[in-house]
Design a protein around this ligand. Sequence first.
Ligand code: PEP
Ligand code: MN
Length: 340
Amino acid sequence: MIIVMKKGADEADLTAVKKKIIELGYQPHVIYGETRNVVGAVGEEQGKEKLQALLLMLGVENVVPILKPYKLASREVQSQSSEVEIIPGLCFGGKEFIVAAGPCAVEGREQICDTAVAVKKSGARLLRGGAYKPRTSPYSFQGMEEDGLKLLAEARDMTGLPIVTEVVNPRDVDLVAKYADVMQVGARNTQNFALLKMLGQLDKPILLKRGMSTTIQEFLMSAEYVLSEGNRRVILCERGIRTFETATRNTLDISAVPVLKQQTHLPVIIDPSHATGHASLIAPMSYAAAAAGADGLIVEVHPCPEKAASDGPQSLKFDDFQVMMDKLRAFVQVADREMA
Ligand code: PEP
Ligand code: MN
């Protein structure tokens, strides 16, 4: 249920409403608005009618059901788009179109530091790089683990770029959180509910990728797991889904961008590398992402893609990344957004 507070309702009214919601067995989540506040009361669907009693309380204007199964992620609860702050001056979901770039995996000091310097020069605002890699084969490179996280931190110190890196296993959450500015949940873990609940308890932004066979509704239910634990800083990432098509690694569901934008207030970005599997398709899909209204991109860039330990064919060389970023500006402007 959404409890809409009156314009003039004060803090005491809000506190009383939150207390009553808890008494009735629900969790209150306050969304502070410019003119009025609303409180999302989330919990068991069955018996939620008893929340109608809140209508009688001081400062309450209305009590309305949330129709979508995802509650806190829904635009019904919060019509205004969320801005997810990474560091001061850097937000997903605001006016700026944000690009995160870097190698699929951290492979060594020179590789990650050179990439950080190059992508920063081209206008990337975050450095990506996996230290824990969820590989299809157990015999493939699994990542440098904590040594990789340390190298990411060095690259951050050198360039000032915040780092986004994947956490694969719930037991590594604390360790990865020690280094990461943004915790990435990969497509293979979109419905790892134990992991999502743990990340919901962190005070850190979460980049949640869409699973290769999750519907948009299931994707939003995964976001809901994080939000319902108290962490509101979730960024959604469409990275291609499985279809019958084999010309590309996955099929980029570009319409997921406007659909998600209608359904949720959370920022939405595109990963054109995993979506296509081919370096030559990254630029056109990035332009399409900007045109479709995405809030940013996460792109794989490698100093020498031919030698990459993972995902070389879908990684851009430094020069090609620079060319793409230069052209991207025009699309971003037409979409009424900005690039730094
Ligand atoms: C990645 O970003 O390196 C990755 C493994 O992506 P995905 O989870 O989308 O496959
Ligand atoms: Mn990859």
